[in-house]
Every structure is written in structure tokens, then in C-alpha cells.
Write a new protein. Structure first.
Length: 422
């Protein structure tokens, strides 16, 4: 009863003092700015350097930093528009698709590159890249078949030229996933092995194959953690040496299910399973695993054995592709800050990781340096710099230089443009 009375008094006061509501909001921002600091960044518009050989990038959908702070990306050469590949057809001097995998040094030079390996499974749709502590390069993939677009692609959401139904023109049976494997490669692009095999998946309870892996990461125990979530609805864990299955789970740590879920509703009850795609599974130094349930607009946090800890909703009214794309951490020993790429809203959310309170966000939609169209992958290097990639027609990689801790002055601080270029 007492609580009801308090709520009623608060409601009356708010109605009577409508102008005061703005005052309290402004006051909160001032207090927030004076008392809270967070990492801040500036875009480096000169990184990377221009690509050689008239190369251009397609949808750029994987990003990794190795032990030397070299930056690896994987993109989709086949996603170039017709007029972006005139050189390929000997029609003009420019341009042609870059190889699938590119490695940049910290200065932004391309120092290594390679593409499709013949004689082994190869993705119809690249998705995700990781370099492990031994220097092995791991590639994910999310193509259901050729030539239909993968779920989550621009075409599926009505922005591409391909049919919205990924099976509409596919040459494989409906529901079959060609990209039901993870590739293990050398740094020079030599095939070393694979988890699963093409067209092998039997669904989310299959212990021999994956199905549409978005990202690959390694936890503190050296286990391979797959965001196994474009075709499956799960996180799956594998031995990187034997390439054998270890365990898997769905939302809230439950057994995964491939049952069809109703459309996402921001004001509806939380979905009891992951929606496609499960877009990241990022391990932390303190043995937690942060999972991107993208279309459900939430992060779910687990222990390594799949025990559910808690969930956090982000920009909960975001529809279509969802708000929760990929996660990276700050490079202090405690990984105090969590960075979340939000492709639909074109921003990076900065969280205090312990409390999972959002401190602020930065960025905006667009094509100029520091803006994004199809913000996708996010990582940090040893110096704390952030790198991002863009899918759809964004088609690039960008670097954001870590500028240290600074007071938070706004809920969204806009484009991270260099202070000396204002």
C-alpha cells in the first residue's frame, strides 16, 4: 500500500511539474558527466592505407587481432556490385575483389592475403575470423547454399538484388546448410582441418557439425567457442586440436531447439530460445561468456559450462536485424569496459562490464570516417584501439584510436572525429 501511495504522489508531482521533468533530466546528465569517466576514441581516417592491385572490399564480416597487433579481416568477394569489378572482366582499369582474407600491420599496410583453397570445403558466405595463440587462423561461414543469400544478409532484409528467401534459387535441398563447418588454416592460407563438413548439419542437437557460425573465439582453457547461430540456435564448444564436440546450449542454458519462434516484440515476454543469428560468444578474463542474441536485442551471460548468469537488453525497441551484434573488451587486466557494436542503430555502446550499466555510446550512420553503414565486427588491440568492419554496402574496416579515459558528457557523443580537426 505504501509503495502505491508513493507512486501516486510521484505521478501527480510529475503531471503538475512537467517543466521540472526536463530539469531533472538535464541535472542527471550534468551529474553523469561530472562523476563518470569512460574510454574515448577518435577515428583514424588514414587507416588502413589504400589497398594494392585495384582491390576493393565486399561485405566485411570478420575481424581479429593477432599477438603482434596485426589486424586480420575476412570479406565476401562475391558481394561486389557489378560495376565494382570492371577490371575482373577486362572492361576498365578498376576494380576487382580483394582476396577473401587480408592481414594488415599496425601501420595499415597489407602484409598477407589469400583466398579460396581448392580441394577442401570452402564457404559460400564467409563470416568471422580468429587467430589463436598458436597462430592458426579459423574461419566461420553462414551460407545455406549457393546462390541464395545467407540469413541476415542485405538481400534477406530486402536491400539486395538476390531473392529474400535463401532457398529460393538454391541448388541444394530446402533447409540444407552448405556452410556447416569451421575451417582451420595456417597464416599462409594452407588448409589444416575443419570442424564439420559441407551440407552435413542435422540441426542444433548435431554433435558432428555446426550450421552457420558467426564468430569463433577461445576461452581461458583453450576451448573453441562458436557462435553457432545462423542456422543453429546455440553456442557450441569444440576441442581445437581434435576438432571434436564438447558441449552446447541455448538461451538461459537450456538445450537448444530449432522450433520456429514468433516475431520479436519489444514489449513481449523474453524469448526462451536464441533467435537467428546468435552473432557472438565472447569470453572474458574472469571466465564469463557474453553471447549476442542479436534479433532479441539482448546479451546473455554464462559460465563456461553453459550455466546462465544474467541477461541485459540493449536498445530494446530495435527491430529487423537487432541491436546486439558483436562484443569486445577494453585491454586493462580486468577488462573493465565492454564495447558493443550495434549495426542497426549505427553506434558503439560502452558499458561498465561489472554492473553492465551503459555509460554512453558513440557513432552515427553514414559513409564518412567515424560513421558506419552496416557496423558489424568489433575488436581491440593491445593498445586499446578499436577496429570495426561494415557489412551490406558499408564494405570497409576502420580504426578508432584510444584516447584514454575522459568524462562522459552525453548519452551519445556522436561521431568520434579527431579533436584537432573540428
Amino acid at each position: 500500500m505504501k509503495r502505491n501511495i508513493c507512486v501516486g504522489i510521484g505521478t501527480v508531482a510529475l503531471a503538475a511539474l512537467l517543466g521540472t521533468g526536463s530539469f531533472f533530466l538535464a541535472k542527471r546528465n550534468v551529474v553523469h558527466a561530472a562523476g563518470v569517466v569512460a574510454p574515448h576514441f577518435e577515428v583514424d581516417p588514414f587507416w588502413p592505407k589504400p589497398l594494392p592491385n585495384h582491390w576493393v572490399l565486399g561485405q566485411t564480416i570478420g575481424l581479429a587481432a593477432d599477438a603482434n597487433d596485426n589486424i586480420w579481416i575476412v570479406h565476401r568477394p562475391g558481394s561486389l556490385e557489378f560495376l565494382e569489378s570492371r577490371l575482373t572482366r577486362n572492361e576498365a582499369e578498376c576494380c576487382t575483389a580483394a582476396p577473401d582474407v587480408l592481414e594488415f600491420n599496425p601501420a595499415g599496410d597489407v602484409i598477407r592475403h589469400w583466398g579460396k583453397v581448392e580441394g577442401h570445403d570452402w564457404p559460400t558466405s564467409n563470416h568471422g575470423i580468429t587467430v589463436d595463440s598458436k597462430g592458426n587462423v579459423w574461419l566461420g561461414a553462414n551460407g545455406p547454399g549457393q546462390p541464395g543469400p545467407p540469413p541476415g544478409s542485405a538481400a534477406q532484409f530486402g536491400r539486395g538484388q538476390a531473392p529474400a528467401n535463401p532457398d529460393a534459387t538454391s541448388t541444394v535441398p530446402k533447409g540444407t546448410w552448405h556452410d556447416s563447418f569451421i575451417l582451420k588454416m595456417s597464416q599462409d592460407g594452407q588448409f589444416l582441418g575443419e570442424i564439420g563438413h559441407a551440407n552435413g548439419s542435422k540441426g542444433s542437437l548435431d554433435n558432428d557439425n555446426v550450421r552457420g557460425v558467426a564468430t569463433i573465439r577461445f576461452d581461458n582453457a583453450g576451448e573453441l567457442i562458436a557462435a553457432d547461430g545462423y542456422g543453429n540456435h546455440r553456442v557450441s564448444v569444440w576441442d581445437p586440436d581434435t576438432l571434436k564436440f564438447k558441449r552446447a546450449w541455448g538461451a538461459y542454458g537450456k538445450p537448444p531447439s530449432d522450433d520456429t519462434l514468433p516475431p520479436y516484440k519489444p514489449d513481449g515476454p523474453p524469448a526462451q530460445q536464441f533467435r537467428n543469428p546468435v552473432h557472438c560468444a565472447q569470453p572474458s578474463v574472469d571466465n564469463l561468456l557474453y553471447v549476442c542474441d542479436r534479433v532479441n536485442d539482448r546479451i546473455q551471460i554464462f559460465h563456461p559450462d553453459g550455466t546462465f548468469v544474467k541477461e541485459v537488453f540493449v536498445a530494446k525497441n530495435t527491430l529487423n536485424e537487432g541491436s546486439v551484434w558483436e562484443i569486445a573488451f577494453s585491454r586493462d587486466p580486468q577488462q573493465k569496459y565492454l564495447y558493443l557494436s550495434d549495426g542497426a542503430n549505427a553506434k558503439i555502446h560502452v558499458f561498465d562490464r561489472a554492473s553492465m550499466e551503459e555509460l554512453y555510446s558513440f557513432g552515427d550512420g553514414g559513409r564518412q570516417p567515424g560513421q558506419w553503414y552496416g557496423l558489424h565486427s568489433i575488436i581491440t588491440d593491445s593498445k586499446g584501439n578499436i577496429y570495426t568492419t561494415e557489412t551490406y554496402r558499408g564494405q570497409r574496416v576502420q580504426k578508432f584510436i584510444y584516447k584514454g579515459l575522459a568524462p562522459v558528457t552525453k548519452n551519445n557523443e556522436g561521431v568520434a572525429w579527431p579533436a584537432n580537426k573540428k
